[in-house]
Ligand binder design. Structure first.
Ligand code: ADP
Length: 244
């Protein structure tokens, strides 16, 4: 469970978030929408402890993230996968090696290096299985910089799933692809997370995708949550007004 209690965040003098109260239950799929600069990335950054709140508290399963450090923080963060806007893939490594990087959170850097050097049979099978689930099994030995943007996004999704997280955070993961591809990627990520009962929090620019694939939509503007509910309840007009 993720909980925000009166959270504020400032970067120097810039106030990015204020008065954020939020509760996300395990297994929920939540979409953040709002114009650029609304605070979506900042909110996601607070959820996995990459950023620390300037005011209020962020709690993960009842524990205050700000009070965790060292091993305990690493362990908690291992349960949270992060799909960044730029995907964060290593361009000159192969697909299977990039997916294996999902282990860095679970096994630490040494564990990751070991599996990059000599990948065990079990790991190979698990990675092949994940790549089948994201629909690019045949690309397992390709270098990621030889793949299309959409295929690279699938690699980033497989890497996130390989971490076996309880929570997946994705920051506008489909901003760089055409609408058809964006639809299939959002569909893929929501259904894979749904199959595993994982919590998914994704920021999106596209209101129609948010409405189609999410039961809960959080609308943000100028660092505040201005609506939170089922897409039908929050109202299409209000959602569209966010894009103005
Ligand atoms: P969104 O993801 O909705 O585009 P962000 O969370 O990236 O919004 O940004 C919220 C606000 O915080 C914006 O005003 C942005 O300019 C500011 N901001 C974000 N990151 C930084 C940073 N590293 N330094 C200074 N200001 C930042």
């Amino acid at each position: 469970m993720l909980e925000f209690q009166s959270v504020g965040l400032s970067y120097g003098g810039v106030k990015a978030l204020s008065g954020v109260n939020l509760l996300i239950q395990p297994g929920e799929q939540v979409c953040l929408i709002g114009p650029s600069g609304a605070g979506k990335s900042s909110l996601l950054g607070l959820m996995n402890g990459r950023l620390l709140a300037s005011e209020g508290e962020v709690l993960l399963n009842g524990e205050k993230l700000a009070e965790l450090s060292g091993k305990r923080l690493r362990e908690r963060r291992a349960g949270i996968a992060w799909v960044p806007q730029d995907l964060g893939l290593v361009a000159n490594l192969r697909v299977n090696q990039n997916v294996a990087c999902g282990l860095a959170a679970r096994k630490g850097l040494l564990g990751l290096l070991r599996s990059l050097l000599v990948m065990g049979r079990g790991e190979k099978k698990e990675i092949a299985n994940l790549l089948r689930r994201v629909g690019i099994e045949e690309k397992i030995f390709s270098r990621v910089d030889h793949l299309s943007g959409g295929q690279q996004q699938r690699v980033a999704i497989a890497r996130a799933l390989y971490q076996e997280p309880q929570i997946i955070l994705a920051d506008e993961p489909v901003s760089a692809v055409d609408p058809e591809r964006a639809k299939s990627l959002v569909h893929l990520l929501t259904s894979l997370a749904g199959e595993e009962g994982q919590t998914l929090v994704m920021s999106l620019h596209d209101v129609s995708l948010a409405r189609r694939y999410f039961d809960r939509v959080i609308g943000m503007r100028e660092g505040r949550i201005i609506m939170d509910g089922k897409p039908d309840e929050v109202g299409l007009e209000d959602l569209y007004r966010l894009d103005e």
